[in-house]
Design a protein around this ligand. Structure first.
Ligand SMILES: C[S@@+](CC[C@H](N)C(=O)[O-])C[C@H]1O[C@@H](n2cnc3c(N)ncnc32)[C@H](O)[C@@H]1O
Length: 214
């Protein structure tokens, strides 16, 4: 492995070292954030194969606070493909509200019984313990910016919610979101830990604090 070891200490040539540094830089770029750059989903790193783009800490906190306010004391929140909101809810409220995380990525099974395995492609294929219309609010961020994905995710959202919906998705999905879920654009603009090519927005179907501030 050494390019030179005149004094007995193995060393790489500057050329080999530069190539190695370039390799590591590329690895970091493709693998998502490392331990020191966790985004808002804690120690669980983004996996871009699963379309994972975590919110900034500030946005995850803002959405969690909004969900708590909308659910009310003792309310129930479903986080559908939105694990960083679930994480903030856990941190914020203990027993004041209860929350579940509906996720395809089984790494989130670390959350125990709050984790529900969920594949948007099979929208109503949920465990029996998930009672229809048992969540005061559903916060959802579908994995793909396509009508097919939003339409299937909407089936799950409508199955779970008692009424309130907070959807985060691309600005390009505004018309489909209004048609499928009756939601409208909010003033609040969600931010991500990394800058994304697509513009993201929040949509609600109720009188929301997200309408009153940026
Ligand atoms: C655009 S990200 C939204 C994450 C959100 N910004 C956050 O910080 O919590 C999409 C989410 O969909 C999940 N996902 C990927 N494939 C899925 C599938 N087949 N069914 C349901 N969810 C899926 C990802 O694991 C990811 O959490």
């Amino acid at each position: 492995m050494s390019d030179s070891e005149d004094d007995g200490v193995p060393r790489l040539s500057s050329h080999t070292l530069a190539a190695l540094q370039e390799f590591y830089a590329e690895q970091e770029q493709h693998a998502g954030p490392g331990v020191g750059d966790k985004g808002s989903a804690g120690a669980i790193e983004e996996n871009w194969q699963l379309s994972q783009f975590w919110y900034s800490q500030e946005t995850a906190l803002r959405l969690a606070r909004e969900a708590i306010a909308a659910a009310g004391e003792g309310g129930r929140v479903a986080c559908v493909s939105a694990p960083s909101v679930y994480r903030e809810l856990r941190e914020l409220c203990g027993a004041r509200v209860s929350a579940c995380v509906f996720e395809y990525d089984r790494r989130f099974a670390v959350y125990g019984p709050d984790f529900v395995f969920y594949d948007y492609a099979r929208p109503l294929d949920l465990p029996g313990r998930v009672v229809p219309h048992s969540f005061d609010i559903v916060v959802a961020d579908p994995p793909y910016l396509s009508e097919e994905c939003l339409q299937k995710t909407s089936e799950t959202i409508k199955y779970l919610t008692r009424g309130k919906i907070l959807l985060c998705t691309g600005a390009v999905m505004a018309e489909a979101a209004a048609r499928l879920l009756g939601v409208r654009l909010c003033r609040f603009v969600p931010r991500h830990a990394r800058s994304l090519a697509n513009e993201f927005r929040c949509y609600v179907n109720y009188e929301s604090g997200l309408d009153h501030e940026d």
